[in-house]
Design a protein around this ligand. Structure first.
Ligand code: XMP
Length: 511
């Protein structure tokens, strides 16, 4: 890859991934590495950013990066912990803050005409989140901005291309954060803005062709964005040597299997649809515990996929839709670096398809970039804008045991809710939505008759990554119409409730 690269050293901040995403939004390629695993090919990185951290530079758990070959050699931006680290260990002083330093603050510039603050006006809102404060700048430090409560909010080091800021430019509430990153990376460090979805597609297609050659590749499609974009990229690179398998586990949304399969075929993918609904339902019979359900669904999937993969001959590769957040090795907030990489490396007993070589074309990109790449590839915007849907599907939205009849009821309810969101123009305002079938019967009255039927819960949340979420304030009129439609049209349901819990402390799914 011929792009200029930016190295982000992670000290365990909750915002480290956001830094990388903001940099990528500037069409600049960035990589996150733990602070104590500095890549050996340092010469390939044109600039370095030090992240924040939950640790204090004053404590025993202070994290000490090895900055040889970085500080004073490459342009470096130190954020929060990074800024405190430079101060504390290079002749300055860091102490606990006297006042609360969380949330909004406004910058006042000490020096005018600093290229670091080009196109940003004094008073610009920034986001603070720290409990230590820099009392004295490090050697050769030059103060360039303060806020009302934080005198040393931004400084640079004389004679170096080193900048340090106490606030977080990566968060949305720092209104000029992206401009500031652009000032540092483009104007000061001279990094090229050449990382675009088009260039990604072109390079990835070439890289796949080189890696895979004339070999056959198998890939499991889920109907979700990641596996679809991975498939279209691979298809562009190797055509019909890509064998896609799309399994119906019987727990998909109403009519989803047929309609998504048709869509895949329309995209020219070499795809086989396998309806294994009965096999999954059999595997789930009598299971009530959510984790056991997940296990049963996961195992059934592996069996079905393995059976299908065996029908193909000479397959050498397994393709996966793994994306960058799954790959990043991050520093744990509780101290020592911990590997959070998802792994399939069990010992022995692996199904044959898992012994294949792995190709993961989306390993380097974030979810929002996957969508941009998908758009570049001409994938239907409706498919790219789909809400996330869990792998175990409706299996974890039917509380208690699962039967074919319960799946049917929930599919009907879910379809009314989701189609309603679409026709009211609400679907794209919601991050994820769905319905849960509760293991509760309640009394109702329909006509002159008493009923004793099922209750469903509707859930719609806003979120950016599913880690935290809040319920969406859907219009009452919409809820009223949806509830009416569900109770009138879906036999077996006589009560609808709307879930108004945030995550945390609740979760998005009920199981
Ligand atoms: P929770 O319920 O943990 O969900 O707040 C966060 C996000 O993860 C999805 N989710 C799953 N996805 N397999 C998946 O592929 C699972 O077992 C699973 N459980 C939860 C959930 O839909 C939400 O987007």
């Amino acid at each position: 890859m011929q792009h200029d690269k930016v190295l982000i050293l992670d000290f365990g901040s909750q915002y480290t991934q956001l830094i990388a995403r903001r940099v990528r939004e500037l069409n600049i390629y960035s990589e996150i590495h733990p602070f104590n695993k500095i890549p050996s090919n340092l010469e390939e990185y044109k600039a370095v950013i030090l992240s924040g951290s939950p640790n204090s530079v004053r404590g025993e758990a202070a994290l000490h990066p090895e900055l040889d070959g970085i500080r004073g050699v490459k342009p470096m931006l130190a954020v929060c912990y990074g800024a405190q680290y430079l101060a504390h260990f290079s002749g300055g002083e860091v102490a606990p803050s006297n006042t609360r330093e969380y949330g909004r603050a406004n910058l006042s510039f000490i020096k005018t005409n600093e290229p670091f603050f080009a196109h940003i006006h004094t008073g610009s809102q920034v986001w603070m989140s720290h409990s230590d404060t820099i009392k004295k700048l490090p050697e050769n430090g030059v103060l360039i901005a303060s806020t009302h409560d934080v005198e040393n909010a931004a400084y640079r080091i004389d004679g170096e291309e080193t900048y340090a800021i106490q606030f977080h430019p990566e968060v949305y509430h720092s209104t000029d954060g992206k401009q500031l990153l652009e000032n540092f990376l483009v104007s000061i460090a001279g990094v090229q803005q050449d990382w675009t979805p088009d260039s990604f597609v072109e390079e990835t297609v070439e890289a796949i062709q080189e890696k895979v050659g004339g070999d056959k590749v198998v890939l499991g499609l889920s109907g979700g964005v990641d596996s679809t974009v991975a498939a279209v990229l691979l298809n562009k690179a190797i055509g019909d040597n890509l064998y896609c398998i799309f399994v119906n586990n019987g727990l998909l949304r109403k009519d989803e299997f047929e309609s998504v399969l048709k869509q895949y075929e329309g995209m020219g993918l070499n795809v086989k649809g396998v309806d294994a609904s009965d096999r999954f339902l059999d595997a789930l019979k009598g299971i009530e515990d959510p984790e056991l359900k997940r296990k049963a669904i996961g195992n059934a999937f592996i069996e079905v996929f393995d059976d299908e993969a065996h029908k193909l001959t000479d397959v050498k590769w397994l393709a996966q839709g793994t994306i960058y957040p799954d790959v990043i090795e991050s520093v744990s907030a509780t101290g020592g670096p911990s590997a959070t990489i998802k792994s399939h490396h069990n010992v022995g007993g692996l199904p044959d398809f898992m012994k294949l070589k792995i190709v993961e074309p989306l390993r380097a990109i974030f979810k929002d970039e996957v969508r941009r790449v998908g758009a570049t590839l001409g994938i239907d915007p409706e498919l790219l804008g789909r809400h996330p849907f869990p792998g175990p599907g409706l299996g974890i939205r039917i509380l208690g045991d699962i039967t074919a009849e319960k799946v049917r009821i929930l599919q009907e309810v879910d379809a009314i809710f989701i189609n309603g969101l679409k026709s009211w123009g609400l679907y794209d305002k919601v991050w994820q939505a769905g319905a849960m079938l509760l293991p509760v019967n309640s009394v109702g009255v329909m006509g002159d008759e008493r009923t004793y039927e099922k209750c469903v819960a509707l859930r719609a949340v806003e979120s950016t990554d599913g880690m935290t979420a809040d319920w969406v304030n859907l219009p009452y009129e919409f809820l009223q119409k949806t509830s009416n439609d569900i109770i009138n049209k879906v036999k077996g349901v006589n009560r609808v409730v709307y879930d108004i819990s945030s995550k945390p402390p609740a979760t998005i799914e009920w199981e």
